[in-house]
Design a protein around this ligand. Structure first.
Ligand SMILES: *Cc1c(COP(=O)(O)O)cnc(C)c1O
Length: 231
């Protein structure tokens, strides 16, 4: 077996074990993050059993889309500029990074034009890091209320990128706070809103994220190895 295949197999086993250890029986969606990864490797990963792919740049989705197995679901996980929504509106299954009313409005407009309903997550900057996009946790409810009026988008949950911490235990409170907000919103019955996906956890901290309730994890390095940004 090659390294990517080993990594995917082990990752899936690991997810099962973590769920077992913390008594979870629901499904965890594994999103393989393919930024900087070439399409040959991506298709190989797909043949090894990955069916959800994440990219943080519109351009990379555009470049790879035609060359990658058509059965996969693409996820836009990075910051999205309003002027680029039109390129990916009909290509991605889920946009994880809604972080402004203007962006939600544009997604709604483009979805309507394409005769579709677009599923989105709201990105929350739980740690309020200046370097990261996202809505502050205290603003989350008001923000979601104001975008829930758009009839061509469905708010399907929340996403966060935790601060990088060498010790993943350090970010447990971040994940816990997001899960609390997720549960709070689930009780509110807002229009066009269903708290279905909680997208949190990356290579370094997915175990803690799953223990705290994540049901979508975004894994790059632990599947494809260290990224080379110079290619
Ligand atoms: C790159 C990226 C990931 C994956 O990071 P790894 O640490 O390589 O697993 C997850 N989420 C987002 C938003 C990313 O940009």
């Amino acid at each position: 077996m090659d390294q990517i295949q080993v990594n995917i197999t082990e990752m899936k086993e690991e997810i099962k074990q973590i769920c077992k250890d913390c008594g979870r029986t629901d499904d965890i969606t594994l999103i393989a993050v393919t930024k900087t990864v070439d399409t040959e490797k991506i298709n190989h990963a797909v043949s090894c059993g990955v069916s959800n792919l994440g990219e943080n740049k519109v351009q990379e989705i555009m470049d790879k889309y035609d060359a990658v197995d058509k059965n996969v679901k693409w996820h836009l996980i990075g910051h999205l500029q309003t002027n680029k929504v039109k390129y990916i509106i009909d290509k991605v299954e889920l946009i994880h990074s809604v972080d402004s009313i203007k962006l939600a409005e544009e997604i709604n407009k483009r979805a309507e034009k394409n005769n579709l309903i677009k599923d989105v997550l709201v990105q929350i900057n739980v740690a309020e890091e200046d370097t990261k996009f996202g809505i502050d946790l205290e603003q989350a409810v008001d923000f979601i209320k104001s975008i829930s009026v758009f009839n061509s988008i469905r708010i399907k949950g929340l996403m966060t990128i935790a601060p990088y911490d060498l010790n993943p235990e350090g970010v447990r409170p971040i994940f816990r706070q997001l899960k609390d907000k997720f549960d709070e919103l689930a009780q509110m019955n807002l229009p066009n809103t269903e708290m279905k996906h909680l997208s949190m956890g990356m290579s370094n901290d997915y175990k803690v994220a799953i223990e705290e309730g994540a049901n979508m994890i975004r894994i790059g390095t632990a599947i494809f190895g260290k990224r080379n940004y110079n290619i």
